[in-house]
Design a protein around this ligand. Structure first.
Ligand SMILES: NC(=O)c1ccc[n+]([C@@H]2O[C@H](COP(=O)([O-])OP(=O)(O)OC[C@H]3O[C@@H](n4cnc5c(N)ncnc54)[C@H](OP(=O)(O)O)[C@@H]3O)[C@@H](O)[C@H]2O)c1
Length: 372
């Protein structure tokens, strides 16, 4: 049987240029890999951050054959000879990991019709779940899982279906309506933790529907005082900070809490507004000064802190724990819902650039999706 014809949206240059759609090679799976016909992809901020800052980060990408795309769902078309969990025809969602420095393979990126996935980063989805809804899951869930479960982060008890007995501990998730936050709330509750979170008031009911017990407006002047008061009489499991300025506020809250003084940080320090001049200098200065000042503050408050690098779960026990063991069961049981909501903005690879531009302008409790 001849290989199918593949097409991809390529990132052709380190300098900002629109993605280019053209024919791409079809790559058969390695022994422990699968290939899917991608039916939906979701956009993450990192996609357009790489496009905008390509000269500064992900410098290893093989321009002009570089590709982006982390969140994919689709149908399995071919499996490697060691694969036992999947067969052609299976409906799946998975994280495409081709941009990671230790892989750096366009064949394993998501912005194409046929993507190579690793079984340990892939889950079956129920027949009732559409590809577009499922596509919002991977990078948000992976990032949340790195922060919550890795031993060098919060090292929480693992999730199960049904959820275990409550641990009696409360977790602070700053940025609950982000894609990372929506996943973190659900997986933390599934692991037996109570969750207090923050977002804009328009999303209060939504994050509560995902399992948060209390929610606060992160723009309120009294938010740190209010959350510190909410933790009185509670034992904390630590905090996960998502969003600009979140880590600093979480440190102030953890300082006054009883329990585990651990902070996992998803968002790295970046300029509050994109610089118009001296972009590289301003970005590096903000980044380094942010890292140093948060490190000093954490030491002073006796808080252990670590930045998330979402690629890390691919090569440790957390990836398979989530994608092989927990997620397929939680989706089948309906104890986990894909979140935030998918907004489909077009059909075809040609719509991916537009989808990235929409995400770049800012979204609220939603994920921008393109169907293929
Ligand atoms: N370290 C890693 O490996 C890694 C991996 C993935 C993502 N991230 C980072 O994690 C963050 C979230 O990514 P995402 O894809 O989840 O984002 P997203 O869903 O695109 O973010 C949109 C949401 O951000 C919320 N928000 C905006 N400013 C905020 C602030 N200052 N504090 C808290 N929430 C704020 C908005 O909430 P409201 O509309 O309710 O105001 C909105 O719902 C980003 O900084 C991203 O770069 C890091």
């Amino acid at each position: 049987m001849s290989n199918p014809t593949n097409q991809a949206a390529y990132l052709v240059d380190k300098n900002v240029k629109p993605l280019e759609v053209r024919t791409a090679p079809y790559t058969p799976p390695g022994p422990d890999e699968i290939v899917i016909r991608t039916h939906a992809i979701a956009i993450n901020p990192v996609d357009h951050i790489i496009q905008n800052l390509g000269g500064m980060m992900y410098t290893h990408l093989p321009y002009p054959e570089a590709m982006l795309g982390f969140d994919v769902s689709g149908e399995v078309v071919q499996v490697g000879k060691e694969v036992t969990r999947f067969k052609p025809g299976d409906r799946v969602v998975g994280e495409a990991v081709g941009t990671a420095k230790n892989r750096n393979l366009a064949s394993h990126c998501g912005f194409q019709l046929y993507t190579v996935l690793l079984p340990r980063m892939t889950s079956h989805i129920p027949d009732t779940l559409t590809y577009e809804k499922a596509s919002v899951i991977p990078l948000g869930l992976s990032t949340a899982a790195c922060g919550l479960f890795q031993k060098d982060h919060l090292a929480l008890q693992h999730p199960s279906v049904p959820a275990p007995k409550p641990t009696g501990k409360t977790l602070l998730i700053w940025g609950g309506s982000t894609s990372v936050g929506c996943n973190a709330i659900q997986v933390a509750v599934a692991a037996g933790y109570e969750v207090i979170t923050t977002c804009s008031p328009r999303n209060f009911e939504y994050v509560k529907s995902l399992g948060a017990v209390e929610v606060y407006d992160y723009n309120s002047k009294t938010v740190v005082k209010d959350i510190t008061r909410a933790f009185k009489g509670r034992v904390t499991a630590g905090a996960l900070s998502i969003g600009a300025g979140a880590a600093d506020k979480c440190l102030d809250i953890l300082a006054g809490c009883k329990g585990d003084k651990v902070l996992s940080m998803a968002t790295y320090p970046t300029p509050a507004t994109p610089p118009k001049r001296f972009v590289m200098v301003q970005t590096i200065v903000t980044y380094l000064s942010g890292l140093i000042s948060l490190w000093i503050k954490a030491r002073r408050y006796g808080v252990r802190s670590a930045y998330i690098f979402a690629d890390s779960l691919v090569d440790n026990e957390v990836g398979p724990m989530i994608y092989e063991q927990w997620l397929p069961k939680a989706l089948a049981a309906g104890t986990f819902v894909p979140a935030p909501k998918a907004e489909v903005v077009g059909h075809g690879l040609g719509y991916i650039q537009r989808a990235m531009d929409i995400n770049r302008k800012g979204v609220s409790a939603k994920k921008i999706v393109v169907t293929l």
